[in-house]
Structures are given as C-alpha cells and as structure tokens.
Design a protein around this ligand. Structure first.
Ligand SMILES: [Zn+2]
Length: 131
C-alpha cells in the first residue's frame, strides 16, 4: 500500500503525529480519532469505556462489526499506545486483514509515540540552548 503512514518522515507528518499523541494525552481522544480518520479518509471509530463480552482481560479491543473501540478503564482513553493500536485495527478492518495485525498495530502506535518524543526532545533541547 502506498502512503504507508509509518514510512513518511517529513516535518508535516511529524507535526501531525505529535499533535495526535498530544491530543490523546490531554484527554481529547475523540477529536484525535476524528483527525486520524480524516487523514486516512475513513469514518472515525466509536469509542466506549467498558468491557466487550468475551474480552474481560484485555485493556482494549476493537470490535469491527460495531466499528467501535472498547477500553476497559477510563484512564486507557488517554493512553496513546492503546488508542493508536486500536485505531490501527479500525483502519485495517476494511480489508478484512488479520494476520500479523498485532505487531503492525504496535508498530503503528509506537511510530506516533516516537515522533511525539522526538519533537518534544527537540523543543526541550532548543529551549535549553537559547535561554
Ligand atoms: Zn490489537
């Protein structure tokens, strides 16, 4: 698939990823999911706090026939890794592709977190130099 999100590394891409992680951390998860969906040209997933039947032990799960992410605890709503991992399942659910999805979902989430960390580091070190 061309335009693989993890493959792009330009400034706009970094800024976008930083913004998404920042929104999730600042508890604006629904807005973050809307922006993600816009970017990938899909409808945003629903998101609910609570267990989905048969998935009591997991932190979160994406139920594709509901187009909804279920997170077990309220605080998981603001965990970028959890939200981005589940968003990846939403993104890929159209194609009905399941094999290897967990690793890819982890990689997708980690790439956003990496971009966030890198930008934060750059901002912090440049403010140190210029103060
Ligand atoms: Zn998963």
């Amino acid at each position: 698939m061309s335009g693989d999100p993890a493959g792009e590394d330009d400034a706009d891409d970094q800024t976008f990823k930083h913004a998404i992680v920042h929104m999730i951390l600042t508890r604006d998860t629904e807005a973050a999911l809307e922006r993600l969906a816009q970017r990938y040209h899909i409808a945003p997933p629903g998101i609910r706090v609570g267990h989905w039947r048969g998935h009591k032990k997991v932190l979160a799960v994406y139920i594709s026939n509901r187009r909804t992410i279920f997170v077990a605890k309220n605080e998981d709503m603001w965990n970028p890794f959890v939200i981005l991992h589940e968003f990846y399942h939403h993104l890929r659910s159209r194609s009905g592709q399941h094999r290897g999805t967990e690793k890819l979902a982890d990689a997708f989430a980690l790439e956003y977190i990496r971009a966030y960390g890198e930008l934060e580091r750059r901002r912090m070190s440049s403010s140190t130099f210029h103060s």
